[in-house]
Design a protein around this ligand. Structure first.
Ligand code: C5P
Length: 221
């Protein structure tokens, strides 16, 4: 593995998946385990970086030598990222952020009523944290890395997303049955805004993490 090539750098990594509450006992969530984000945090620390890990609902133990910030919802994740980002050389958005949240939060548990149809759940958009950070960088030389899970036309969709989000690197995963979520392994293509394309074969999430940091170190110069 690499030497301390991230020494003196501060990296911010988000991991896990947001939960958007409907009432005190229910939420809309997703299948992200947080393992890829944790692998990014561990490998960055091993390469000498100061690491801020913003985690949402992973239940994973804190990695040694990493500052951990715990959040629940997309709005909380955005606040934590915006707070940490001004001091960061690199921001990696590995968390699965809910695109939508329920418009209203019921302070009491939503009850079923005999003979009545359920109330529809109305959703509103969550802020796109990655696009916001990439568009409005607190430091001009800061690098912003996103993730994308795609089920089809993986490369074409990835390229379009990279442009839309305005990030420097986009790690594109093909997702499907048994793939990626909760697994210890991953397979991806890392797309660069400079047109680069780096295929990472199926293997441990640490290996993909190290490839991301290799590409970051190269671009930090
Ligand atoms: O648009 P999509 O959800 O596929 O984009 C995935 C990437 O964007 C991930 O890096 C994710 O962390 C980030 N994202 C975000 N805010 C959102 C939705 C996604 O930062 N509301």
């Amino acid at each position: 593995t690499a030497g301390p090539d991230l020494a003196g750098r501060h990296v911010v990594v988000s991991a896990g998946g947001t939960r958007e509450p409907l009432d005190p006992v229910r939420f809309l969530g997703n299948r992200s385990s947080g393992k890829q984000g944790y692998a990014l945090a561990r490998t960055a620390a091993a390469r000498g970086a100061r690491v801020t890990l913003i985690e949402a609902n992973t239940g994973l133990p804190d990695p040694a030598g990493v500052d951990v910030v715990r959040v629940g919802t997309a709005v909380q994740l955005r606040e934590a990222v915006l707070k940490a980002a001004p001091d960061a050389d690199v921001v990696v958005m590995a968390a699965a952020v809910a695109d939508f949240r329920p418009e209203t939060y019921a302070t009491g548990k939503i009850k079923k009523k005999d003979g009545q149809d359920p109330e529809p759940i109305v959703l509103v958009r969550n802020p796109d944290i990655l696009a916001e950070i990439a568009a409005d960088r607190p430091r001009p030389e800061q690098l912003v890395v996103g993730f994308a899970a795609e089920t089809d036309d993986v490369l074409a969709n990835g390229r379009a997303k990279l442009a839309r989000k305005g990030c420097d690197l986009l790690v594109v995963n093909e997702v499907g049955e048994r793939k990626t979520f909760g697994s210890e392994e991953n397979e991806a293509v890392v797309l660069g805004a400079d047109g680069s394309e780096t295929a990472v074969p199926y293997g441990p999430k640490e290996a993909l993490a190290d490839t991301v940091w290799d590409l970051v170190v190269h671009r930090l110069g």
